[in-house]
Design a protein around this ligand. Structure first.
Ligand SMILES: Cc1ncc(COP(=O)(O)O)c(C=O)c1O
Length: 457
């Protein structure tokens, strides 16, 4: 029989996946270590287990104890998984800028969650650091692992993440990049890799609004570098003990916007549905790679968590637009969309007297989901694959019916100068496409797919 003794035995052993599209123009190989393959969908499962087991070994955590931690969500998840398997309670303090999804996940795992204000100094009694410390002092038989200063965090990566990368790259790794929050990932992995080969270069990814890069370069902790930013999980207004500046060769800062846009590109171009700080890590790593990577070099970039936790943020178009992160590029009107679209410009239609069976063939051949229905030169209606499917399920004889018997109203005609924004507000479940007449009176169709291409190309 092949099975694991508990969920925590599935932590680690995450895959390296080559990037093929976002790396265009870059010399060398760039590999992502995709940490959402961990059972809690993040890199922090590794440190959750290690911090708890080290506390047990040191006699700090006794049966029935309570684990209290300040966490941006992922560490809470990692701690909760190990706590559940070992019978401990969890209380987490979290700052109010973190996504609601992360808070919900922690509660789903039975943890108590205390939400604290973001924009207060770490010393402020309301900060999530201070609240965690206070709860730890008040609750008997509790521990405060403190992922920032607890060196079990770095040790977890030294013992697992680093060796996995070394083995999976066959010792060929030349560069390692990771976002820096507590610093555990970069310090632990860089320590292991540099012990194997002192030439391996480590690159820390920082955010604007965080102190790390300036501190590394000048040795000055500059409070002016600290201002609010949105990216979750990386950058700090403190210097955690887990950040070993001696092991980080250089820092690259990445804006919230560049990170958000890259996160979406990773999903759409690489199929990697990852979290926001993954976009930061990849954007910063590629910026570095563009300048420094040579043929034959192998760069590994850590992608810490999964995209589900950011569905209401970077993966939400309205949120992206509200923050000024979604730019409408060159294809910004209906005219631009039809001008730049690949493929034939002749509008594909189906005659109203065609049978449904024939119409289905047209759908399949053209690989489309909706069609205008014509009567000679006139557009008289529309059909879509969803409606046909539902009708066929109700009555298989629908196949023999004529399209006119089941068609819906014609798609709406819009002007050539409508922007993508305006067009997208007109396409919905009921109106699956729009029609435009060009300067030569030819009719073109615009679908949701066209809008998506216009927004992302
Ligand atoms: C989403 C996310 N990305 C990156 C990091 C940074 O990793 P580390 O804390 O090991 O520096 C964290 C840590 O909180 C995180 O939650």
């Amino acid at each position: 029989m092949k099975y694991y003794n508990s969920i925590i035995d599935t932590i680690g052993g995450t895959p390296l996946i080559k990037l093929n599209r976002v790396t265009k123009g870059i010399k060398g190989t760039v590999l992502a270590k995709v940490e959402y393959f961990n059972p809690g969908n993040s890199v922090k499962d590794r440190i959750g287990r290690k911090m708890i087991e080290d506390a047990e070994r040191q006699g700090l955590l006794k049966p029935g104890g309570t684990i209290i931690e300040g966490t941006s969500g992922n560490t809470g998840m990692g701690l909760a998984l190990t706590a559940i398997t070992k019978g401990y309670k969890c209380i987490f303090t979290i700052s109010d800028k973190q996504s609601q999804e992360k808070i919900n996940i922690l509660r789903a795992l039975g943890a108590e969650v205390v939400v604290c204000p973001t924009n207060v100094s770490p010393e402020d009694p309301r900060s999530y650091y201070s609240v965690a410390r206070k709860l730890n002092a008040e609750i008997p038989n509790s521990i405060y692992p403190n992922q920032y200063d607890n060196l079990s965090n770095t040790a977890a990566h030294y013992e697992t993440t680093g060796p996995e990368i070394w083995q999976d790259t066959d010792g060929k790794i030349t560069h390692f990049a990771a976002g820096v929050g507590t610093g555990g990932t970069i310090s632990g992995v860089a320590k292991y890799l540099k012990e194997q080969n002192s030439e391996v270069i480590s690159i820390g990814i920082d955010t604007y609004g965080s102190v790390f890069k300036k501190y590394k370069e000048t040795g000055i902790f500059d409070e002016n570098e600290v201002y609010p930013y949105l990216t979750e999980g990386i950058g700090e207004d403190i210097l955690p003990r887990n950040v070993d500046f001696g092991l980080i060769d250089s820092f690259v800062k990445v804006t919230d916007k560049d990170a958000a846009v890259m996160t979406r590109r990773l999903a759409r171009e690489e199929g990697l549905f990852v979290g926001w700080s993954c976009g930061s890590a990849m954007f910063g790593a590629l910026e570095y790679a563009r300048q420094h990577l040579k043929e034959g070099d192998v760069m590994v970039v850590i992608l810490p968590d999964h995209g589900t936790r950011y569905l209401n943020k970077v993966y939400n178009d309205t949120w992206m637009k509200d923050h000024g992160f979604l730019e409408l590029r060159s294809f910004s009107t209906a005219r631009d969309i039809i001008r730049h679209r690949n493929g034939g410009s002749k509008l594909l239609t189906v005659d109203q007297n065609t049978t449904i069976a024939e119409a289905i063939k047209v759908f399949n051949k053209a690989g489309i989901s909706q069609l205008p229905v014509s009567d000679g030169e006139q557009i008289v209606g529309s059909i879509n694959d969803n409606t046909i499917l539902n009708l066929l399920i109700e009555d298989p004889h629908t196949r023999e019916k004529a399209v006119r018997e089941i068609m819906g109203k014609p798609f709406m005609f819009v002007g050539l100068d409508n922007t993508v924004d305006a067009l997208s507000s007109l396409i919905d479940k009921e109106n699956k496409a729009l029609l435009v007449r060009d300067e030569t009176n030819q009719i073109h169709i615009i679908t949701q797919h066209d809008l998506l291409m216009a927004l992302t190309n």
